[in-house]
Write a protein that binds this ligand. Structure first.
Ligand code: SAH
Length: 566
């Protein structure tokens, strides 16, 4: 999994300058500022501890501009858990000190040096091996994989104990290191793609220089592991899998890549897997074929999977929730971070941001749903990671259905091969209900009062039947300038079946700046109290209201119906 972008976390306005200097070194990093204390941060947070722990668990590198002790105490409960260990650094508010704390194998010392150089100070490096040899042997550069961490730690402590070492194979990054080298040494750093038994006197480092081209007859990683073993090639040297475009949606191949922890890339269909491999990479040695389904190719250098073929495109239709960042589900946040392209109605695209310079925003008019859906597929079919944003939930009067309709209508196989995901959000009715209490606590009916896409008489019929059935009602799109009379007519229908005392909740801009929540009765409700940014909830015959201590009312609909259970 690609590591998430760094988070620069600050507690006060005074740190923003230092934070910005660090952000210039890592333009993709986001500055997180404490709400009400910091203005002008990229993200704001309410609680320092919870935020830091969440970032850590999501494997986000953390640069905290505060005392090292605070960071240590905050993350301490997580340290015994196995799992992510991203780089964590404490930086003095005024930029005068840089202290790497955690994530030695994630490159924390490299980051500490980069930040320190940027701020014109020295990094507080305390790792013995690194101080002595000028490099962390257990953290080879990208393109290389360490064989075994535990054996590696012992190897480094033997080296620190005074032994000398020899290097077998090409390790260009060690040229600058201050290693006690000796051709006769017992300890060996061995760099190569051949399969080897681990041994205490060897530090095995594998260049990720191997590619496997395979086809749709592959289901899972087992056959690929065996093929590598048969050719005496280390599985740790595998850089990526490659398959033909036509196998893009093949589940077994995706499972194989996931099990092996390598990317799966795609190239135009070829006559054989050998040809597939040869065409994709120029500097390969002739591929070794293992049966008809697998070809293994070894390059003389580590391979960059990003340069090989292209990835499977992804299209995610996401729900932002009502507006507040805390109400956005984490899967949606992660999807926004990985997106190349963001499509949607301008207001929602802005709400989903800020975005990095490399992310492309495509803002469109709210009415061009089908066109937007087709545009999204065109981009995703090119291998891009595309997000279509909706407010609330994408499946509730929003983009998800339009996207599926566009796909259903299309006969383009490239569109059908896109990795399509629908990620839910908190819908306006649920966000409004939660603020009022539990007005939708029993059976309820969700209706859009817009007759733009459906005939008005259907709306009347549904209103009549739902009201008759004593369902609580949630009205989306209750009114607009082009639909001025419909809400009044809808209320007439509801009033035929509900008393004027029936509780009504009006939520406007819920979860957004300036939100309002009002509890009134059906008798009091007039269309003038409602606009297109309002959610209207109408209670059923059992919906109750009672005062709350801080003022206002609680509204709820009990879960029982008829006779209260004892
Ligand atoms: N997909 C969205 C709904 C889109 S329809 C969702 O699941 O919430 C748009 C209507 O939703 C608006 O006319 C309004 O009735 C309601 N709505 C959307 N966001 C709202 C908010 N933050 N507060 C109150 N109502 C909202």
């Amino acid at each position: 999994m690609a590591r998430s972008l760094a988070a620069i976390v600050i507690l006060g306005q005074g740190s923003l300058g230092t934070a910005r200097s660090i952000q210039r070194l890592y333009p993709d990093a986001l500055i997180y500022g404490l709400a009400e204390r910091v203005e002008g941060a990229d993200r704001s947070y309410q609680e320092f501890g919870a935020t830091l722990r969440q970032l850590y668990q999501q494997d986000t590198p953390i640069i905290a501009l505060c005392a090292a002790g605070i960071v240590i105490r905050t993350l301490a409960p997580l340290l015994l858990e196995k799992g992510a260990e991203p780089p964590v650094l404490a930086v003095a508010e005024d930029g005068s000190a840089v202290v790497p704390l955690l994530g030695g194998l994630g490159g924390v010392n490299v980051m500490a040096r980069e930040i320190a150089a940027g701020l014109g100070v020295a990094a507080a490096i305390t790792t013995s091996g690194e101080l002595r040899f000028g490099t962390c042997l257990l953290n080879p550069p990208s393109g290389y994989a360490l064989g075994d961490l535990e054996l590696g730690k012992r190897f480094v402590s033997d080296l620190l104990g005074g032994e000398s070492v020899r290097i077998e194979g090409a390790a260009p990054w060690l040229a600058e290191a201050r290693l006690p080298q000796d051709q006769q040494a017992r300890l060996t750093i061995r760099v190569g793609s051949a399969e080897r038994e681990p041994a205490a006197n060897e530090l095995l480092i594998y260049p990720r220089s191997v590619l496997i081209a395979c086809n749709g007859n592959i289901h899972g990683a087992e056959a690929l592991r065996e093929a590598l073993h048969q050719k005496r090639i280390a599985v740790q040297s595998l850089a990526c899998l490659l398959a033909a475009d036509s196998d893009m949606a093949h589940r077994g191949l995706h499972e194989a890549a996931a099990e092996l922890g390598v990317p799966l890339r795609f190239a135009p269909v070829a006559s054989s897997v050998v040809e597939l491999a040869q065409r994709a990479v120029a500097q390969l040695l002739p591929p070794l074929s293992v049966g008809d389904d697998i070809a293994i190719a070894v390059a003389s250098q580590p391979l960059d999977p990003e340069q090989i073929g292209r990835p499977r495109g992804r299209l995610a239709v996401i729900g932002l929730g009502p507006g507040a960042a805390e109400l956005m589900v984490p899967a949606v946040k992660a999807e926004l971070a990985r997106a190349n392209d963001i499509l949607g109605y301008e207001t929602y695209v802005r709400m989903a941001g800020p975005f990095r310079a490399d992310q492309v925003m495509h803002c469109t008019d709210n009415r061009e749903e089908m066109q937007r859906a087709r545009h999204a597929f065109e981009l995703a079919a090119q291998g891009r990671s595309v997000v279509v944003v909706s407010s609330g939930d994408p499946g509730v009067f929003a983009m998800a259905a339009a996207v599926l309709e566009a796909l259903h209508e299309s006969s383009d196989p490239a569109w059908h091969r896109v990795d399509l995901q629908i990620l839910p959000g908190v819908s306006a009715s649920l966000a409004t209900a939660a603020q009022a209490g539990a007005p939708l606590g029993h059976d309820f009916c969700v209706l859009s009062l817009s007759d733009n896409l459906k005939p008005w008489d259907i709306i009347e019929k549904r209103l009549d039947l739902a009201s008759q059935a004593d369902l609580a009602l949630a009205f989306y799109n209750p009114i607009s300038r082009s639909r001025p009379w419909q809400l009044g007519r809808a209320l007439e229908i509801v009033r035929q079946h509900r008393t004027p005392q029936t509780p009504v909740v009006l939520g406007r801009d819920i979860g957004r700046p300036g939100q309002t929540l009002r509890v009134i009765t059906l008798g009091e409700l007039t269309p003038e109290q409602v606009d297109m940014r309002t959610m209207v909830l109408v209670g059923s015959s059992t919906t109750c209201v009672f005062p709350r201590a801080e003022g206002g009312e609680w509204v709820y609909t009990p879960r029982w119906y008829g006779n209260k259970p004892v």
